[in-house]
Design a protein around this ligand. Structure first.
Ligand SMILES: Nc1nc2c(c(=O)[nH]1)N[C@H]1C(S)=C(S)[C@@H](COP(=O)(O)O)O[C@H]1N2
Ligand SMILES: [Mo]
Length: 307
């Protein structure tokens, strides 16, 4: 299993198994805390998060620079406004092409999952990136509880619709609400694809998608949908919010690819959030650096056509 998942980290940088098993215990404690209070989780990981060389972006940067269009198109305003989102109680529906449709409240859902840490680089289509230690579990381990049928070829995700708390859902701001996203079933069940419930050892901040969000590290950030309430297994490729609003700019696949420019800017490099010099950039990698693990999913596809 890939936990500290970053292809460019060498063997000596990978967490040693003992430390890892200790972390497992800690993360179990994290899960227990989550059960005790779905909304509020104390700091339980403090010393354990920064033990490899994929240096995490400072938490304060990640918490204060958010894309959450239900609240605002401004990255600081969305951080503030998201605090008004009620997230407890919370439930998630899993339906569609499954033998056993489910509706689970967050406590029930987490009880059946082992929470682990996944340190991933996260690359926004706007050409910035950050490295975040997420706490979560593989989406595959949730989907299998619903017993997907062989007819399930795609997975669609839907964000909460709550216009009282999410003011932009009342405006026609270019996106159709609620925000939706989708993956092919093999992408959704890939071991790198997780649902996150925490970051930096704490419960997920509201502005970062609490209580439950998707993380697909080889795709542009807009695929990593926040505040999920519905997961549908489908026969056909679903319409997704950004793809509907600007299909020539935001494809269904949205795999990170430096060779395919956004119509309005290059994707060759990315601004590194939180780096000591504001302008520090790095070269963008194909599949955001996760090609060893995911390139096979696309072996028969022309990546310039299926953007
Ligand atoms: N529901 C919802 N999910 C969303 C978004 C959004 O506006 N609404 N923004 C996306 C975009 S464009 C990015 S880059 C990431 C940002 O995640 P972060 O704010 O935790 O960094 O969330 C994605 N998920
Ligand atoms: Mo983004």
């Amino acid at each position: 299993m890939l936990i500290k998942s970053k292809p460019s980290i060498s063997d000596h940088e990978i967490t040693d198994p003992l430390i890892f098993s200790q972390r497992r215990q800690i993360l179990k404690a994290f899960a227990a805390t989550t059960l005790a209070s779905a909304a509020g989780i104390g700091k339980v990981l403090a010393a354990e998060t920064h033990d490899n060389h994929l240096t995490a972006t400072p938490a304060e940067v990640v918490k204060n620079y958010t894309n959450y269009y239900e609240f605002s198109f401004n990255k600081q305003d969305s951080t503030k406004l998201a605090q008004a989102l009620p997230i407890d109680p919370w439930s998630v529906e899993i339906s569609g092409e499954v033998e056993r449709p489910l509706r689970l409240n967050l406590e029930q859902l987490l009880k059946q999952q082992t929470i682990q840490e996944y340190v991933y680089r996260f690359r926004c289509v706007e050409a910035w990136s950050m490295v975040v230690p997420w706490q979560g579990f593989q989406l595959a381990n949730l989907l299998k509880l619903a017993k997907p049928l062989s007819s399930a070829r795609y997975v669609k995700f839907t964000t909460l619709f709550n216009p009282q708390a999410m003011p932009n859902q009342l405006t026609s701001s270019g996106l159709n609400w609620p925000y939706t996203e989708g993956l092919r079933i093999d992408e959704a069940t890939h071991p790198l694809t997780i649902l996150a419930v925490g970051m930096y050892g704490e419960s997920l901040p509201k502005q970062n998608g609490a209580p439950l969000r998707l993380i697909v590290p080889w795709k542009y950030g807009f695929k990593s949908i926040k505040a999920i309430v519905k997961i549908e297994l489908l026969k056909d490729q679903p319409a997704t919010a950004w793809n509907q609003s600007a299909p020539n700019e935001y494809g269904f696949y949205a795999n990170v690819n430096p060779a395919v420019a956004h119509p309005r800017w290059s994707q060759h490099s990315e601004r590194v959030l939180g780096s000591s010099f504001f302008t520090a950039r790095r070269e963008t990698e194909l599949f955001n650096g996760y090609g060893d693990q995911v390139a096979d999913l696309y072996r028969d596809m022309d990546l310039r056509r299926f953007i």
